[in-house]
Design a protein around this ligand. Structure first.
Ligand SMILES: [Zn+2]
Length: 278
């Protein structure tokens, strides 16, 4: 998303948080905020859609969330997304959220309006002024993501993607489905090229073990570089770490890949940053 299109939803979400004096994640009571803004949120059967915004005049609306959306984090994201449309796209009277991928704010093929609604939702649920300080120095592990996900009541996927916006570690999240790497997001400074999407995950990686039914790989582990990274010429000069979580409902594994702090490449990057500063 380009910088220009992303400012308006961020400003709008921040204004709401400011207006309600929110300075802690547990104060982001989405249903109460929506109600105060004239939106009634109901959970109901919804044919063919995950959520729907129905306007009733200029200032009132109904958000129906499908009772199939069981996970709290997903439900909150769906509501916040529709709330974003209500705040940002007043010319639209009725909008529906059809696909899982529309809930993914990184997804580049979304229309500008869908991207704006997602940016609004991300900023409302995980505002930078509350999120950044809680995650920037936390190590890239599933435990970190789970802690943030619990505190902000957001899904593990959304929390992972948001973590990558702020972490100071060189890391990437790779999502694999049915044993294949399907998409990824890296932090801005991640220096390595990952394997092509569509590659089968290595059976000895943590993701591979989770797909094979071992549901307790037991925290982050050092793994061979070639399991995830294309740049083989660097493979002698650094190590990478993987931590992974299995989202059973989606037959999906999220792997957090990070360059280990003590590795030579990391030292090289640190030295490079220091010499650049001089
Ligand atoms: Zn939408």
């Amino acid at each position: 998303m380009n910088h220009q299109t992303s400012r308006r939803p961020i400003r709008s979400a921040h204004k709401i948080l400011r207006d309600y004096g929110i300075d802690d994640p547990d104060q982001i009571d989405l249903n109460a905020i929506c109600f105060d803004k004239g939106i009634l949120v109901i959970e109901a059967p919804l044919k063919g859609a995950l959520a729907r915004l129905i306007r009733n005049g200029k200032d009132k609306a109904l958000i129906r969330v499908s009772d199939r959306v069981r996970e709290v984090g997903q439900r909150r994201f769906a509501i916040a997304h529709e709330f974003g449309h209500f705040m940002l796209h007043q010319e639209k009277n009725q909008l529906s959220l059809y696909h899982q991928k529309e809930l993914l704010f990184w997804y580049k093929e979304l229309s500008p309006e869908e991207q704006e609604a997602n940016t609004f939702a991300v900023e409302l649920l995980m505002p930078n002024f509350l999120f950044e300080s809680r995650c920037s120095s936390e190590s890239p592990t599933v435990a970190t993501i789970e802690k943030l996900s619990t505190e902000f009541e957001t899904s593990l996927t959304a929390t992972t993607l948001r973590y990558l916006d702020f972490t100071r570690h060189d890391c990437a999240a790779i999502v694999s489905r049915d044993g294949k790497m399907t998409w990824f997001k890296t932090c801005e400074t991640f220096p390595l090229r990952l394997l092509d999407m569509g590659t089968m995950v290595d059976p000895d990686s943590l993701a591979g073990q989770l797909f094979a039914g071992d549901l307790s790989p037991g925290g982050p582990q050092q793994v061979p570089v070639e399991m995830w990274v294309e740049d083989q010429e660097f493979s002698q000069s650094f190590t990478i770490q993987e931590d992974a979580v299995y989202l059973k409902r989606y037959q999906t594994v999220i792997s957090l890949i990070s360059i280990q702090p003590a590795s030579p490449l990391n030292r090289f990057l640190t030295n490079r940053a220091v010499s650049a500063a001089w």
